[in-house]
Design a protein. Sequence first.
Length: 135
Amino acid sequence: MAEITCPQCSGDDVYDINEVSSLLSDSVDTSKQWICGRCGHTFNAEVTHWYDAEDFSELTISQLASIVISDWGGEISPQAYPYLEAMEQLESMDDSVGYDSAASIIAYFLSNDKSWKTPTASRVKEELNARLNNE
């Protein structure tokens, strides 16, 4: 199994197509390098997520929340999830959800996201902390 995640579903059960080609149906695109065991998506190693080259400081809070959901995958902490859902409704630090300010929602999310540990997680957390510190 490769140490790469699927860009479509964030699944980590990704296989080298050449190693499993005898098990694949004829409809699978074997010109690609990898196949996801979860969703069947085929892709090449150089494929990256849309946000890999983004300047996170230019993204809205809801866009950062989308990155979290994409990168964390199906393993999102139940403690962090309610705050992540609220972040999806925020565009800037001036917004609020109900009586909760963007700053409080982000602070609670950051205090409950300890199981999310990827390179993207570090970048998103750094940006969210920067926004909190600028409040």
